[in-house]
Design a protein around this ligand. Sequence first.
Ligand code: ADP
Ligand code: ASP
Ligand code: MG
Length: 410
Amino acid sequence: MALIVQKFGGTSVANPQKIKAVAERVMGYRRKGHRMVVVLSAMAGETNRFVELANQMQAIPDPREMDVLLATGEQATVALFAMAVKEAGLDAISLLGDQVKITTDRMHTKARIKQIDAALINRHLDAGKIVVVAGFQGVSEDGDLTTLGRGGSDTTAVALAAALKADECEIYTDVEGVYTTDPNICSTARKIDRISYDEMLELASLGAKVLDIRSVGFAKRYKVPVHVRSTFTETEGTWVVEEDKEMESNPVSGVTCSKNEARITIARVPDVPGTASRVFNPITSQGIVVDMIIQNTSIEGHTDLTFTVPKGDLKKTLAIVEPVAADIGAERVLSQENIAKVSVVGVGMKNNAGVAARMFEAMAAENINILMISTSEIKISCVIEDKYGELAVRVLHDAFGLDMPPPKKK
Ligand code: ADP
Ligand code: ASP
Ligand code: MG
């Protein structure tokens, strides 16, 4: 008898039929005697619909109220799911983030989980119930509802698996696992059988939304093996696990594209000590994640400072940056939303020279202009115009031999 945490994403619970089908799948495990904890997302499209509604109310929607609104999507699916289980004659109970006591910080719309109380869930499991937990939500120490950021139900699931010391954590979605790139963009993408936490962290942070980055962080920290697989088939999916030697054989194991960022340039910034800190401190203290940063060589005592932030935070960032720019005597602030960041990721890159050169060459062959570049030990990213995003993914996937089946081991 195992304790299994299973998470089902929005497309898996998109309508009543699908909710019933997922309930059947879970009940199959329960009937075999397993202790089942299920984490659900909102129905596909619901969270986006709420965001649009909020945007009709306020230019920058109040984050606390946004969370009260967003949390209702998951509240609906867990209740419907529990009803479906009861109708089939088994017992289930739905629980919201504040009932479980998924305690988070106060960073509304992107809160971090600080603690989970396993007691209530364990009591219901002991009573034989299927415990259905609303994904994506928690409660701050002062009792306000919070949400964990888009894709956050994955994080709820992995954090629960860690807190409950579950035997298995399965993330069910609309593709059969983690692929070498988004299978919906590149038809030659291949499913990866096993991937390291570190590679998955990079893929997730660079746009492979199949797993939320924070869920991978929890999995790595608490050594939770995560099985990503399809809701609609029985096929074995991808295991996200600790790195092993075999994973280092390919320099690149995945290609990603993210269109979630926007670029801001502060032009002609006086080149004096303390400027970067004056610009970035007020941004990051608002919980806005600054990604790539480029400062040009100083010409006549002035430089340009360019950086990227999540598109959803652009308005808020500009509101912070514009007065600071005026204050420090910069010439003007420019922003650009039509950008994409394409990246190649692989632990094997550590031992393989020439990956960057091959990446730039492949992009040049298609005449794709590179606007910004950043590298780390296991990834290289380029910012390009967003209209070339999908093309760049396919070209890079091919250039790094990912289109072909992996070489047979001797
Ligand atoms: P869910 O609603 O189940 O959480 P998501 O839409 O968040 O599902 O994530 C699954 C989607 O992630 C897939 O449909 C696919 O288009 C996208 N995706 C992007 N990159 C990858 C990748 N490398 N492997 C698998 N899926 C990917
Ligand atoms: N419903 C939330 C979203 O769409 C959380 C999730 O699905 O993981 O981002
Ligand atoms: Mg998701």
